[in-house]
Design a protein around this ligand. Structure first.
Ligand SMILES: [Zn+2]
Ligand SMILES: [Zn+2]
Ligand SMILES: [Zn+2]
Length: 289
């Protein structure tokens, strides 16, 4: 499967309107961060996005999305869902299921009330099927497992993504690792996407273990009430045995290069080898084979 980090920025996007800090004025393309979102394309052509923020239309155009099987939402904050209307152009042929937890579905119905009412005259509307999710769901050969986490006081979802059904539940953990150099399938085709997280309940830890790719929200170096800092995100990723770690939902307090240096320092301080850690950027494409 292929993953594209469509947006890697925090809620206001970078550059921030009206800000003239060095990061907002940076000419490094990786310092332009639109609102956080992920695109997943399965080997059998499945196409799914996690979150539809304000730049969804532009992100979909640059990722080359021409069809969508589902939208998965982490939560209902503006930076994650207010571009939902723009799935309209992808929903003409068939309505698109939108999966989220109960609270997010309820808020989404409120924010997008016009979609579900007959009162609107003229102007198009997306065709969506709101679907509350409490268990893993399957789309073609992809399995998406909701991961309950805390975002401040909010209960939101991260997502575990596995191809060919590998890597989920007891099945994944009861399989013995093959001998020789072959990697177990559970490690080569599983990714975890966790944004806007400030706490992972112990009951969710198993769902984030042993992913080959771990994309985790890390807003900045300074503490934040509702988001992991760089250090908290990296410590979490190391704790669960991730080997390729990408930070996302990043603020304008640090440039891409500064965060790269921070991550290198973190690995050196912790004497960690064989792990790759760094900031993601808009358009970053990851192939899991
Ligand atoms: Zn957010
Ligand atoms: Zn700035
Ligand atoms: Zn949020």
């Amino acid at each position: 499967m292929k993953l594209i980090v469509m947006g890697s920025g925090t809620s206001h996007g970078i550059p921030v309107i009206g800000c003239d800090c060095p990061v907002c004025r940076s000419s490094d393309i990786r310092d332009k961060r639109t609102r956080a979102a992920l695109y997943i394309q399965g080997d059998a052509g499945e196409r799914v996005v996690i979150d539809t923020g304000p730049e969804f239309r532009l992100q979909a155009l640059s990722a080359g999305i021409t069809r969508l099987d589902a939208v998965l939402l982490t939560h209902a904050h503006a930076d994650h869902i207010h571009g939902l209307d723009d799935i309209r152009a992808l929903s003409w042929e068939h309505p698109i299921p939108v999966y989220a937890n109960r609270a997010t579905i309820a808020e989404m119905r409120e924010r997008f009330a016009y979609i579900f009412k007959e009162t609107q005259r003229g102007g198009g509307k997306p065709r969506i099927i709101p679907t509350e999710v409490t268990a893993p769901l399957t789309i073609g050969s992809l399995t998406f497992t909701p991961i309950p986490v805390k975002h401040g006081v909010l209960d939101i979802l991260g997502w575990r993504i596995a191809e060919n059904g590998a890597g989920e539940g007891a099945n994944a953990h009861s399989k013995a690792a093959p001998s020789g150099n072959a990697k177990p399938e559970t490690e080569t085709r599983t990714a975890v996407y966790l944004t806007d997280t400030s706490l992972i309940p112990p009951s969710s830890l198993n769902l984030i273990r042993r992913a080959e790719v771990f994309i985790i929200g890390a807003i900045r170096d300074r503490p934040h009430e509702t988001h992991f800092t760089f250090a908290q995100a990296l410590a979490t990723a190391i704790e669960v045995g991730a080997r390729r770690v990408y930070l996302t939902h990043i603020s304008h307090e640090h440039s891409h290069r500064e965060i790269e240096a921070y991550c290198r320092g973190f690995l050196t301080d912790q004497e960690l080898n064989g792990i790759s850690v760094g900031p993601s950027w808009d358009g970053l494409e990851l192939n899991l084979r």
